[in-house]
Design a protein. Structure first.
Length: 240
């Protein structure tokens, strides 16, 4: 989640006037493809982030249908591509000295797909498929969603350095979920997945009989802890 900033307002222009001016540019542009014409170069880079996350989801689905590990590796690698585009969009915005409110919203939506939904679905595909596993993965996605919303709402309040960048993240930034993707890729390489040697850590039964709705893979607790760290307000991660 690379910070995208709107250009500094001119003297005498408050935030409300700046926001109204930014929104008016879309309202004033006519035509079926007026939205596309209003895209900045950085916005197109951000969309490529969303493309990578979406392709990862379809690759996960193809693996479930075919069992071909080619698709599983695609599902693992495309979020990494999303991280590259997530890094580049901020660089391009600063290079072109052009960013927009639309770009800020695109950035959060693309991050949710590439670093929230895609890793959670990948974990499901690899083997976290019990009812409680699914609950944990759903909470992981929702905490990522809340994390991104909080970032957009409070980024102006976080202390800045001389260049205007925030000094730290409140909670783990959602791209940190690629560490979990890296863990899953290690398991795939060694065959520690559903249908082969099974998920490391095994399964514990929270309630009921083994094999029922009360089963939970131990590693799902890692996803739950990661979700909690994303929405934490007291955990402060320095920006590099």
């Amino acid at each position: 989640m690379i910070q995208r900033k709107i250009r500094s307002p001119k003297s005498g222009v408050n935030d409300n006037d700046r926001m109204a001016s930014a929104l008016q540019q879309y309202n004033d542009t006519e035509g079926h493809f007026s939205l596309v014409r209003n895209f900045r170069l950085a916005d197109l880079v951000t969309i490529m982030n969303g493309f990578c996350g979406s392709f990862s989801l379809f690759s996960s689905a193809n693996y479930l249908l075919t069992g071909d590990e080619y698709y599983l590796w695609n599902a693992i690698l495309f979020p990494v591509g999303g991280l590259i585009f997530d890094f580049l969009d901020g660089k391009v915005a600063r290079w072109r000295k052009s960013s927009s409110m639309l770009g800020q919203e695109l950035d959060s939506l693309a991050d949710l797909i590439s670093f929230g939904v895609a890793p959670a679905v990948l974990a499901f595909v690899v083997g976290l498929r019990t009812t409680l596993d699914t609950v944990a993965l759903t909470c992981f996605i929702c905490c990522g969603l809340a994390r991104l919303a909080r970032f957009n709402a409070t980024v102006a309040l976080v202390p800045k350095d001389r260049s205007g960048k925030a000094r730290y993240f409140e909670g783990l930034p959602i791209p940190s979920s690629l560490a979990l993707v890296g863990l899953l890729s290690y398991w795939v390489k060694h065959g520690w997945i559903e249908g082969k040697e099974g998920i490391p850590g095994g399964v514990m039964t929270v309630w009921g009989k083994s094999g029922g709705n009360g089963d939970l893979h131990v590693v799902s607790l890692v996803f739950g802890a990661w979700a909690a760290m994303m929405v934490s307000k007291t955990l402060r991660v320095p920006k590099l």
